[in-house]
Design a protein around this ligand. Structure first.
Ligand code: ADP
Length: 245
């Protein structure tokens, strides 16, 4: 479904991602872990072309984008973003719209779909994330966990093939983390393809088919969660896990 080859990203003179190659199959749940500042979020943003990589290539479904000396066209960006949806650390809900209006906004305006049908679908999604009774509230009336669940429902309304999560629980109070992780776990059980940048190691271990450990802008090692967490091969991975587990 996704093939990243030799992807690099520089900010000014600093090389933040160094020749990343990664493949993700349909239905796979891949967690990206690693020290702060190692390039995890940048990699995720490159997958959605929210950042333009400096080199390498990206193939998502049948869209192939090469970045060496080039920037992606508008059409390539639209194609890639139609295929994938990003859930951010800080929710990014529209503050002046109710929960349900947040959910129908993009499919209504961008995809020009029928409003009644969208409202029905949105109610189904809100039920799924446990927020139906809050559909007419505004984001500021919700807890952080509820906001993040609303943000997930909003992305699901666009029916993305691929979901990208950028530290979806790191802005939440500890007691609200579980309710968001449960929603993500249910999506995994339904076979949704997902790439999750997370600091929640127990969650990564439980939900992922594969864990990718990144340090200093490159993939140090990757494998099944039980292998990475119980028998990491690389010193760098061992050191990191000793600190966080
Ligand atoms: P992680 O998600 O692993 O914490 P990031 O991808 O957020 O790491 O950041 C990797 C490095 O890139 C950091 O040193 C960060 O300061 C730098 N960086 C990220 N975004 C930008 C940007 N827009 N401009 C300049 N430097 C950036």
């Amino acid at each position: 479904m996704i093939k990243v080859e030799n992807l690099s990203k520089q900010f000014k003179q600093v090389e933040v991602l160094k020749s990343i190659s990664l493949e993700i199959k349909k239905g796979e749940v891949v967690s990206i872990i690693g020290p702060s500042g190692s390039g995890k979020t940048t990699l995720l943003r490159c997958l959605n072309l929210l950042e333009t990589p400096s080199g390498g290539s990206l193939q998502i479904n049948n869209v192939h984008v090469s970045f060496t000396g080039k920037t992606p066209s508008k059409k390539q960006k639209v194609d890639v973003r139609q295929f994938s949806g990003m859930v951010f650390q800080h929710f990014h809900l529209f503050p002046h719209k109710t929960v349900i209006d947040n959910i129908i906004e993009a499919p209504l305006v961008v995809q020009k779909r029928n409003k009644q049908e969208l409202v029905r679908e949105a109610e189904g999604l809100l039920e799924k994330v446990g927020l139906l009774e809050h559909k007419n509230q505004f984001p500021e009336q919700l807890s952080g966990g509820q906001k993040q669940r609303a943000a997930i429902a909003r992305i699901l309304a666009l029916k993305p093939d691929l979901l990208l999560f950028d530290e979806p629980t790191s802005a939440l109070d500890p007691e609200l983390v579980g309710e968001v992780l449960t929603v993500i776990q249910e999506l995994a059980l339904e076979g949704q393809t997902m790439v999750i940048v997370t600091h929640e190691m127990d969650f990564a271990r439980e939900v992922s088919d594969r864990v990718v450990f990144i340090a200093d802008g490159h993939i140090v090692e990757q494998g099944k969660p039980e292998d990475i967490f119980t028998a990491p091969r690389e010193e760098r991975t061992k050191k990191f896990l000793q600190k966080v587990l």
